[in-house]
Design a protein around this ligand. Structure first.
Ligand SMILES: NC(=O)c1ccc[n+]([C@@H]2O[C@H](COP(=O)([O-])OP(=O)(O)OC[C@H]3O[C@@H](n4cnc5c(N)ncnc54)[C@H](OP(=O)(O)O)[C@@H]3O)[C@@H](O)[C@H]2O)c1
Length: 247
């Protein structure tokens, strides 16, 4: 196969969670532009901006609903190929009841991602192939202050990826992490808007700037496509060099 053709996703069917805006929407658009038929879900009634994918209102924590949606998608296309778990929340600084923030964060960022994998895998097994992409964070491997639930959820998600990659590799299903650094979205708008915090985050990278949501799309297309056919159980950092930087 020509190397450029190996990045094409024509005929493949994808679901992206957390696609109403931000990184999930950019990834869903990227997969659509690469030729896949893409469905995106979020709790919002509508997606923030029009995109190259079909948006459905669905809470990723509702395992029964997600399972039914995936069954409907797989049945109507006769296949299902790509799952991207991008839905995520961060709930820093709830000192009054830290357990509430911790459990709510894990419920979506980790438990729901696992439930989505469980719902998607049987359809991928029928194809004899598939790609699962989990959107973790530089917080999966590094300490960040004041938000242990987020760090734990992303560390757990990164570890779950390696476990599932091992369990599913023999069935042609690959599982990988995309590891974003600081990207300007609704989630990070507070620190992006604060000149001091903005400069500190930019200065911590090798490229000296924040990431843009569309810069995550190429990584997702690579991991979803035959271009990465021998890549599984790994972390693809899209962080401007944050994780590799010493001084
Ligand atoms: N931005 C960054 O710098 C950064 C860095 C590292 C990792 N990440 C990760 O990247 C992912 C996307 O984050 P983002 O920055 O794009 O944040 P965002 O703009 O806040 O987007 C989060 C997305 O998740 C969806 N979501 C939240 N709860 C959901 C639920 N229960 N069911 C379904 N969808 C749900 C939101 O849609 P609704 O509100 O409509 O449900 C939205 O589409 C997250 O996993 C985040 O942890 C972001």
């Amino acid at each position: 196969m020509n190397v450029l053709d190996s990045f094409r996703l024509n005929g493949q069917i994808a679901l992206v969670t957390g696609a109403s805006r931000g990184i999930g929407a950019a990834i869903a658009n990227g997969l659509g532009e690469a030729g896949a038929i893409v469905y995106g879900i979020g709790r919002s009634a509508e997606m923030e901006a029009p995109g190259a994918f079909q948006y459905r209102q669905c809470d990723a924590r509702e395992a029964v609903e997600v399972k039914a949606l995936l069954a409907e998608i797989a049945e109507s296309h006769g296949r299902f190929d790509i799952l991207v778990n991008a839905a995520g929340i961060t709930l820093p600084g709830n000192d009054a009841d830290p357990m509430v923030s911790f459990q709510s964060t894990l419920e979506l960022n980790l438990t729901a991602a696992y439930a989505c994998c469980l719902a998607a895998v049987p359809h991928m097994q029928r194809n004899g192939r598939g790609s699962i992409i989990n959107v973790t964070s530089i917080g999966a491997g590094l300490g960040f202050p004041g938000n242990p639930g987020y760090v734990a959820s992303k560390g757990g998600l990164a570890a779950m990826t390696r476990a599932l990659a091992l369990d599913l590799g023999g069935q042609g299903i690959r599982v990988n992490n995309i590891v974003p650094g600081y990207v300007h979205t609704a989630m990070t708008h507070g620190s992006y808007s604060d000149p001091e915090l903005n400069a500190a985050r930019a200065g911590r990278t090798m490229l000296g700037r924040w990431g843009r949501v569309e810069e995550l799309a190429g990584a997702a297309v690579f991991l979803a496509s035959p271009a990465s056919s021998y890549v599984t159980g790994t972390d693809l950092h899209v962080d401007g060099g944050w994780s590799a930087k010493g001084l």
